[in-house]
Write a protein that binds this ligand. Structure first.
Ligand code: 5GP
Ligand code: ZN
Length: 152
């Protein structure tokens, strides 16, 4: 997936990680998120520390640690949902393209051990820029989620 190093490393999310799986908790509705897509088996929501506004995550509701643990059909479904949601994120953020990032294992900077695909909307003027992590306000998150959902 992402060969470029224009993104900085993962944030310190240790205080947000419970002993259980945070993404399972989100999928079950026990932990809130800014949801932008859901169906019976998959869910997409805004990343809490986005690289850019609109940075989203797509997850299966079922827990798998990483991509190699998934059945092939589920891998196909996950990427199909990611492609669908990517178009909405790109339109909603008036972006020119998008990156998909999919980290597996500590060496790949996988912090949350529940398989997920990052969708990062990209604007042409930002294509060579390095990104840190943002901490949007609740209002900003809501506006971004609304803009994406409007393009669904
Ligand atoms: P990884 O490095 O594992 O591929 O990325 C995990 C991502 O999950 C990070 O970008 C991080 O900001 C995001 N994240 C971690 N905890 C939460 C959370 O509780 N809610 C949301 N929405 N995103 C989270
Ligand atoms: Zn999980």
């Amino acid at each position: 997936m992402l060969g470029s190093n224009i993104f900085t490393g993962p944030p310190d999310v240790s205080i947000e990680l419970s002993p259980g799986c945070i993404f399972c908790s989100i999928a079950e509705g026990r932990t809130p998120c800014y949801k932008i897509y859901e169906d019976n088996d998959y869910l997409a929501f805004l990343d809490i520390h986005p690289f850019v506004m609109g940075h989203s995550l797509v997850i299966p509701r079922k827990h798998y640690d990483a991509l190699p643990d998934m059945e092939e059909t589920a891998v196909g479904e996950l990427f199909t949902v990611a492609a669908r949601v990517s178009s909405r994120v790109t339109r909603g953020m008036s972006a020119d393209g998008f990156r998909l990032i999919q980290n597996n294992g500590e060496a790949a900077a996988q912090v949350v051990k529940h398989v997920h695909i990052h969708i990062v909307p990209m604007k042409l003027e930002d294509k060579d820029r390095r990104f840190g992590r943002l901490s949007p306000t609740d209002k900003e998150f809501r506006e971004v989620a609304d803009a994406i959902i409007r393009h669904s």
